[in-house]
Design a protein around this ligand. Structure first.
Ligand code: SF4
Ligand code: SF4
Length: 224
């Protein structure tokens, strides 16, 4: 059965999402057992990752200070984000429902699975997106996609269906760039040390983000 084509149809129907990719379950074996998709669905064979863009016109305008009388682009951005996320969730559900109706147990994962006590997730959408060939992780710790850079939102479906996988993307989007590190107002982002891909202190970032009512400069200033 050509699941891939039908999933593509569901994803692109009515402009459902901008990107999707498929990772076979073997690509998650490097993760600790409690972070693998099989921890949520023991007989999982594939993970489908869906992504949609957030508009660059809005991310370009993000700032951490808002003067009295100025338009709050952050409020517009936040509302936009919510719409993108809701749309992704709906499409994820449709893909999971399609596969379930075909006899393959599937779970759509919504959007945010963070445990804020430890600021870690039981399932990393970014890791899954890399495994599904949607992009690579940049020095800002975010998924960088070839078309939309880091300006995307993600969701995923874990399924027992074996689906033709996509190739992993190996391009390094950062090279000599370190803009995200320079613009980070909290010092949470630093130049990666040897053998490190990302040097991001999520506790410092989260404290700053919460106290400021938002940040995201490492995403909005990324030239990719
Ligand atoms: S700002 Fe530069 S270094 Fe940071 S993620 Fe984007 S491309 Fe990479
Ligand atoms: S969200 Fe802000 S504080 Fe956190 S890493 Fe990015 S630029 Fe730094």
């Amino acid at each position: 059965m050509n699941f891939k084509k039908n999933i593509e149809d569901i994803c692109t129907r009515l402009d459902g999402v901008d990107l999707f990719g498929v990772a076979p379950i073997e690509r998650f074996l490097d993760l600790p057992e409690n972070k693998r998709p099989t921890n949520l669905l023991p007989d999982a064979k594939s993970v489908i990752v869906l992504a949609s863009q957030v508009f660059k016109i809005l991310t370009d305008k993000l700032s951490v200070s808002n003067k009295v009388g100025e338009i709050s682009y952050r409020d517009i951005y936040n509302a936009h984000n919510e719409t993108v996320i809701n749309d992704l969730r709906q499409t994820g559900y449709r893909v999971a429902r399609y596969l379930t109706n075909k006899g393959f147990t599937s779970i759509n994962l919504g959007q945010d699975l963070t445990d804020y006590r430890t600021i870690s997730s039981i399932f990393s959408f970014k890791y899954a997106a890399v495994a599904a060939g949607l992009g690579v992780i940049g020095k800002n710790g975010l998924l960088i996609t070839p078309i939309y850079g880091p300006r995307i939102k993600l969701t995923a479906v874990i399924t027992e269906a074996p689906i033709e996988p996509d190739a992993v993307n190996a391009e390094d989007p950062c090279q000599d760039c370190n803009i995200c590190i320079k613009v980070c107002p909290s010092g949470a982002l630093k130049e990666p040390e040897q053998d490190q891909r990302v040097n991001h202190n999520r506790f410092v970032c989260n404290s700053y983000y919460t106290a400021s009512g938002g940040c995201g400069l490492c995403m909005s200033r990324c030239p990719r």
